[in-house]
Unconditional design. Structure first.
Length: 94
């Protein structure tokens, strides 16, 4: 079962949560999660984020608000400080 299918089958795990998707790509799980969550941030490498943003833009009419998009590069020496607030206050990471 894919992450997207699992989220659709178990929306109760997302209700009211703050979510970060790591390696979002087309951001399908983020868009599904956003239907049930308080807040979603889709992350990926900088060169992939153009696809992520385009996918979210193409589906904006189905979304209640805007999904946040942020670069996440595992080689970034400042990654911990950049995402400190995310990881402290997020309830769900996928």
């Amino acid at each position: 079962m894919s992450c997207s299918e699992y989220l659709l089958d178990h929306p109760q795990i997302l209700t009211g949560k703050t979510v970060i998707e790591l390696g979002a790509g087309s951001a399908l799980p983020s868009m599904i999660a956003f239907q049930f969550c308080a807040e979603v941030t889709a992350t990926d490498l900088d060169h992939v984020l153009k696809i992520t943003r385009k996918s979210i833009e193409l589906n904006k009419n189905a979304l209640k608000s805007t999904i946040k998009v942020s670069e996440c590069n595992w080689d970034d020496p400042n990654l911990n400080s950049r995402f400190d607030g995310f990881t402290k206050y997020s309830s769900f990471l996928f």
